[in-house]
Design a protein around this ligand. Sequence first.
Ligand code: UT7
Length: 336
Amino acid sequence: MTQGARITAIGTYVPAKRLTNHDLEKMVETNDEWILQRTGIRERRITRTDEYTSDLCIAAVEDLMRRFGIKVDDVDFVLVATSTPDFPFPSTASILQNRLGISTAAGAMDLSAACAGFVYGLHLAHSLIASGLHRKVLVVGAESLSKITDYTDRSTCILFGDGAGAVLVEASETDQFLGHHLGSDGSGAHQVYRTGLTASVNGVELTDSGRIVQNGREVFRWALRTVPQGVQELLNRAGIEMEQVDWFIPHSANLRMIEPICEKLNHPFERSLYSLVEYGNTSAASIPLALDLGIRDGRVKNGDVALLYGFGSGLTHAGQLVRLDFDPMVAEPTPL
Ligand code: UT7
């Protein structure tokens, strides 16, 4: 029999500095009304010039430790999902291991799956624990996207923000990971990217700006096809109906995507959680931030079933069905 797992604690952090739609009106040819109508985003949080993804991760883990009255020094694996690591190498996870006083015997690595990264991280944590080889895995989704956003490109700069969310996944008698589904289609690698060592993929010459480039319309269409299908496959495999899902938590890219996806799934929109209105698209951080918003305002309760679904650059997507069973869900979170 494989070992069960559950999420026992959560913590989140966003930087203090706000970038509102009105601020963006002064930077590019855009306006608050367009941004709100086309995306649902009102503002985002932006890191200071001397604040990096590892700093956001540490602050999120500190929130987790304080709220749940625990330490993380006995964690045996650290996974950081991010597209904006402090360095290409060493990993942000290694920096966390040292700064959080986690044993040097613990595994530590970054995970590159863009906006699906946090859910990929949950899947890996569950797999590491189910194998019996690990018992306590720290999964963090964190981004400093403002550092790679092109603030002259109105089609992308209005979208992205910075933040971090951390969860602890621990071995448990009952398995609260109820099902997963994931996939990747590199034929769409040129639809949303930041160039690295090469500037060409799928026969397409990429814009070599060191900044995020996105074909928003294409990614929009792909996600509207892929996410409802993926959710349905996940549910079929888990033997669970959508009506049994208390909270649908898709990646917070755009409200105009979440609404039709809910419609296709016949899921009431009010039973979805998203973090984009106040934090924009925070890629790997968007799903834990959305879950924690629901926990912080009391909507989400222990025992609820949540369906998390990340999607984005790759093109990658990943879904995870979990029964929420925190330990317990009581303490006062750090104000965001
Ligand atoms: O997180 C990774 C995954 N990413 C996503 O899931 C993103 C998916 N895509 C989207 O969310 C949307 O495609 C966007 C929000 C990026 C764009 O919205 P859209 O409704 O698809 O707009 P569009 O690109 O089709 O542009 C419509 C018009 C264009 O003008 P014309 O050609 O019709 O004259 C754009 O130039 O809106 C114009 N436009 C803007 N106008 C004012 C584009 N950006 C802006 C802007 N302000 N910021």
